[in-house]
Design a protein around this ligand. Structure first.
Ligand SMILES: Cc1cc2nc3c(=O)[nH]c(=O)nc-3n(C[C@H](O)[C@H](O)[C@H](O)COP(=O)(O)OP(=O)(O)OC[C@H]3O[C@@H](n4cnc5c(N)ncnc54)[C@H](O)[C@@H]3O)c2cc1C
Length: 360
């Protein structure tokens, strides 16, 4: 624990969209430690572009030390939380005055920036070498990847298989239809209402649950991953997990019953879409409230309140120039959403938000 007059100790677990921003916001005000199982922050919404153009990852995969010159970076998974400290897999105990849990979704990924860029290079070579590609999953990741491939490699045959009855089920039906029409206009074969077990493929032939066959030289699985909360079941926060494994927070983003522990980002039970721009808003609220606590404010009415986003707002890029946008009352497709997102995919903007040059 910090002694009187010394800076308070803030520990952030998880260096994703939410954790990186809260750590950056507090690094000059407190002794901040960021615990992340990997050494870098990745701008996830640029990851599909990095698969077709792997050099894109040089700007969108950012080593934590680049934007956290005044924080301590601990590259290890957190495995336990007590009332006073966090234990890492490497066996370090890190004391905290204030703790922020931001472990989002599980990611089975490279641990260093170099490894991550090499991974993108390998995926890029896999795409270039294939004449036909199967994409499993028709959420934003699968749709964006299919679009990136057909725009950059129009001669490749792309098949997208999706279990649901429509693409992009997280947004409205008309936006789904626009994405479907766009993909089919680019000759992507879209199979809805079916799944594929990629492990049962033989000689490049994949069987769908509906008995159809898809022939492809390679595949990419683009389905969601579980919340990064399994490890919390053995910690003091075990009773704060809901039935889906999300941390239950109050309107100040504190975990109920733990006045010095916050949770932000996808890991929370906030009733809204799990999106990065919302995770960034959580980070701003948590940073404000931790600053107030550091200053000794105890009156709850002074704390910043997070209001869940009730209206759907989403932008799905369709290659480098087009996209589909879901606004609260309408959806649009084509060049206008493309102008907002698809060129730079908000990479420069996100880098600026972390205090970095937009370009390198
Ligand atoms: C391909 C893709 C495209 C997307 N596109 C968009 C988009 O266009 N717009 C948008 O708004 N949102 C988009 N999203 C969603 C957005 O990325 C998430 O909402 C956002 O990443 C959530 O941030 P987070 O900080 O809560 O979690 P994450 O970004 O998932 O970060 C979690 C962090 O915790 C770390 N971690 C996990 N467990 C532990 C542990 N035990 N110990 C230490 N560290 C741990 C991980 O290494 C990771 O760094 C996209 C997501 C993906 C996957």
């Amino acid at each position: 624990m910090s002694l009187g007059g010394e800076k308070k100790i803030v520990v952030v677990i998880g260096g994703g969209v939410a954790g990186s921003l809260v750590a950056k916001s507090l690094q000059n005000e407190a002794n901040v430690s960021l615990i992340d199982e990997k050494e870098y922050f990745e701008i996830t919404w640029a990851s599909l572009r990095s698969m077709v153009e792997y050099s894109f990852a040089k700007r969108s995969v950012i080593t934590h030390s680049e934007y956290l010159p005044h924080a301590k970076i601990i590259s290890s998974a957190a495995v336990d939380i007590t009332d006073t400290d966090v234990l890492t897999k490497q066996g370090n105990r890190i004391w905290y005055d204030y703790l922020v849990v931001a472990t989002g979704h599980t990611q089975n990924t490279a641990s260093t920036k170099t490894e991550k860029i090499n991974q993108y290079q390998a995926e890029n070579e896999k795409i270039k070498a294939a004449n036909s590609i199967l994409i499993v999953g028709g959420g934003p990741t699968g749709v964006e990847l299919a679009a990136e491939i057909v725009v950059d490699f129009p001669d490749k045959k792309v098949t997208l298989v999706h279990r649901g009855s429509r693409l992009l089920e997280f947004i409205g039906e008309s936006a789904s239809k626009k994405a479907l029409n766009w993909l089919t206009s680019k000759k992507v074969e879209v199979i809805l209402g079916q799944s594929v077990d990629v492990n049962s493929a033989s000689d490049g032939v994949y069987r769908t649950s509906g008995g159809e066959t898809v022939t492809a030289d390679c595949h990419f699985v683009c389905i969601g991953t579980p919340f990064g909360s399994t490890w919390l079941k053995e910690t003091i926060l075990k009773d704060n997990l809901d039935s889906r494994g999300r941390l239950m927070v109050d309107s100040n983003l504190r975990i109920k019953g733990h006045s010095n522990i916050f949770a932000i980002g996808d890991i929370t039970d906030i009733p809204e879409l799990k999106q990065g721009y919302l995770a960034q808003e959580h980070a701003k609220v948590a940073a404000k409230n931790i600053m107030l606590l550091i200053k000794g404010v105890e009156n709850d009415h002074k704390f910043a309140v997070y209001k869940p986003a009730t209206k759907a707002l989403a932008l799905v890029s369709l290659g480098r120039k087009e996209g589909v946008a879901q606004f609260p009352c309408l959806s649009i497709a084509g060049r206008i959403p493309g102008m907002i997102k698809s060129g730079d995919l908000f990479v420069g903007k996100t880098r600026k938000g972390l205090g970095l040059q937009p370009d390198i």
